[in-house]
Design a protein around this ligand. Structure first.
Ligand code: SF4
Length: 682
């Protein structure tokens, strides 16, 4: 099967073939990392902010987490300060998120802007007097002092990086590849200058001696001093040779060894790779019949006596794994998850609660029973028992005896066992927690607001939210009890599914109805090539070779040649590079014959927006999606515009409708198709 290569895919292979295999060959996704400083979410928020505005960036950032903490507020303060500074460094009038590529390559340009050409000494009128009626015939001296015009074919390219390590990008081939493929697929166009816009991330921590407000003052001062920089990149054709060599190695690879490197700390597979833990791996990214999926995995939380256990008891044939003995108002059979003591002769044996829990999971895995619903009540107690078990096993009194490893060890043991539990082959898996309102969020303005979340350590809670279909809160108001799916910056939420009704009666039937609807919606999204998770997908994740496109973008194809000895591949190649003689070098030629101006004309649209759209574009892309063996027409861009000389009318490949109506030419998109940044894949 043919694959379109991207910078990120090849870079991953280059850095670590094992990671490449997990991500692109095996198609393994992971539970998203929801740390406040998640580089992927921050990077996406920065891009959103530069393109759409600070408010949109903060909305995106906030909605990327199950619940916010003070750390999230600090990251939002950074975004709020840095986005306007970054934006101010870009010349106006360009296009954001421009997809580029052809049958072999795919990429997205962060920002492409036409340059302003110096018209001094030329006969053209300047952009200050488009009608030439300013009263002064052009004689080489313009009363407005303007001698520039927006270029139709020469551009500057910008890529945004939210990073303190500018030097990493100095050696990157990314912009070189973008320039090469852009010029290859846009004959006559040229990228003049390339820049990385490096936006620094002030990294300061709250000292134990300072209050939150003192820390925030210090953070604001650091943000005031921090300035984005533009790092120019000189085009080097050898970068393309390197890229293609890497592609060759990648395509030929049969062995994918691990390559531990200093990026391992950012690798989503680090724990799986280095410790063998697999709780973070999501099911393989391949299509399932979601309509046929009946299993429900739900996490319920609420105040004590709000009716959580009572609600779980309504599910069919339940078995409760109960930790708190609060079982007397329900009739479900249960296993008590607590320490048990047995006496054999003169020997007293203690079995820890967590061992009882693990035995129960192992027994349930055998599936030698008739239960249809497994309930864990309460989840935080199981976590606590896991902590005791690990301390006992390691001979520690407390995690602080080996603080470097202990927290990690407890968390991974708990999550690995929990993953076995949620994978059990039963109709319903229900996790129950108490809610915790003891922690405050301090907003930027200083006002405090209580967070409502499950009573589980944040890091663990965020992972659990990634394992379940739905997180729901049970709200009891006097006698009225409802199941609430409302989330906000201070109300914890998450899960694979999103529901329309935010509050429903606390009954099994109402829940099944909502669940069914949410599942159908997710099934529809997957069928359309969408991505259902409520949490964001990694920005640099390429589509695995076997998986459907997660961008839902259109792909391309070519119909068979209409006649005899016509060779579409040859025609397409020539059309693509606009070079029938084969003498033109894409990416070559760096003569800088233009100058910057103070204020380029606004409202200009990039010249490729004037190109006609291919009337056959939909079908061409769809056909290539279905069968990537069918090559794409290299004259079509991702926005379905035809770059062939003469446009679609001169195209011998276009599968014209038999009785074609007299219609005006298809309207050209004012904006090229935009990807959703969180679904971005190259
Ligand atoms: S942790 Fe390091 S060695 Fe392992 S897959 Fe990730 S990058 Fe490769």
């Amino acid at each position: 099967m043919s694959t379109r290569f991207s910078h990120s895919r090849v870079e991953v292979f280059d850095r670590c073939p094992f990671k490449y295999r997990l991500r692109y060959v095996d198609g393994l996704d992971t539970i998203p990392n929801t740390d406040a400083d998640n580089a992927l979410i921050l990077g996406t928020a920065l891009h959103t902010g530069i393109e759409e505005g600070v408010e949109q960036a903060l909305d995106f950032y906030k909605n990327s987490f199950p619940v916010l903490t003070d750390d999230h507020i600090h990251e939002m303060m950074k975004l709020e300060a840095m986005i306007p500074k970054a934006k101010a460094m870009l010349p106006p009038g360009g296009t954001f998120e421009l997809p580029i590529g052809n049958a072999d390559f795919i990429g997205f340009m962060d920002y492409l802007v036409p340059v302003d050409e110096d018209l001094s000494g030329k006969t053209e009128i300047c952009d200050a007097c488009p009608k030439g009626d300013c009263g002064s015939a052009y004689t080489g001296s313009c009363p407005c002092g303007k001698f520039t015009a927006r270029s139709k074919d020469t551009f500057d390219l910008y890529d945004f990086k939210y990073s303190n390590n500018a030097k990493n990008y100095a050696v990157s081939g990314q912009l070189h590849e973008y320039k090469y493929w852009y010029e290859l697929t846009h004959p006559g166009h040229r990228i003049r200058n390339m820049y990385f816009l490096i936006v620094p991330k002030p990294k300061i921590r709250q000292k134990s001696t300072e209050t939150l407000s003192q820390f925030r003052d210090r953070l604001q001062a650091a943000l005031k001093d921090a300035e984005p920089t533009l790092m120019p990149v000189q085009y080097n054709p050898m970068k393309i040779v390197d890229f293609l060599t890497d592609v060759k190695h990648m395509v030929e690879a049969t062995d994918f060894p691990k390559n531990p490197n200093h990026f391992c700390g950012w690798c989503e597979y680090e724990e799986y790779c280095q410790k063998g833990w697999d709780y973070m791996l999501l099911p393989k990214n391949e299509r399932r019949d979601l309509n046929a999926t009946k299993k429900k995995v739900v996490w319920l939380y609420g105040a004590p006596f709000s009716g959580k256990t009572f609600f779980a008891n309504q599910f069919p044939d339940p078995l409760m794994l109960n930790t708190d003995g609060n079982i007397k108002f329900v009739d479900a059979p249960y296993i008590a998850i607590r320490d048990t003591v047995t006496v054999e002769g003169r020997i007293t044996k203690r079995k820890l609660a967590y061992e009882v829990f693990m035995d129960a999971v192992a027994e349930l895995e055998k599936k030698q029973n008739d239960f249809r619903t497994i309930v864990v009540d309460l989840l935080e107690d199981v976590y606590e028992s896991c902590r005791v078990y690990i301390c006992d096993r390691q001979g520690w009194k407390h995690e602080s005896d080996d603080s470097f490893r202990a927290w990690d060890m407890v968390r991974s043991e708990f999550l690995n066992t929990l993953k076995r539990l949620v994978n059990l082959d039963y109709e319903n898996i229900i996790l129950i927690s108490h809610e915790d309102r003891s922690r405050d969020l301090t907003r930027k303005g200083g006002d405090k607001i209580s967070s409502i979340k499950p009573n589980l350590q944040d890091k663990v809670a965020n992972k659990v939210a990634g394992m379940v279909d739905l997180v729901a809160r049970i709200v009891a108001d006097d006698d009225e009890r409802v199941l609430s799916f409302k989330t906000s910056e201070v109300i914890f939420g998450g899960g694979r599914l999103t529901v329309r009704d935010k509050e429903i009666p606390l009954t099994y039937d109402a829940f099944c109805e909502v669940y069914e609807e949410a599942n159908q919606k997710a099934a529809g999204a997957v069928k359309r090539g969408g991505n259902a998770p409520a949490t964001p997908a990694p920005e640099t994740t390429d589509t695995p070779t076997t998986a459907p496109s997660r961008r839902g973008r259109k792909a391309k194809t070519v119909t068979p040649p209409p006649a005899g000895n016509y060779d579409p591949a040859e025609d397409a190649a020539k059309a693509a590079c606009g070079d029938p003689d084969g003498t033109w070098t894409p990416g070559g030629g760096e003569k800088d014959d233009s100058v910057p101006v103070d204020e380029p004309a606004t409202g200009d649209t990039p010249p490729w927006n004037d190109l006609p759209k291919c009337p056959d574009g939909e079908r061409i892309f769809r056909q290539h999606d279905q069968n990537p063996e069918i090559p794409l027409c290299p004259s079509i861009d991702a926005g379905h515009r035809c770059h062939k000389e003469g446009g679609p009318d001169g195209c011998p490949l276009w599968d014209r409708p038999k009785a074609q109506a007299e219609e005006p030419a298809p309207k050209t998109d004012a904006n090229p198709p935009r990807r959703t940044r969180k679904k971005r894949e190259e």
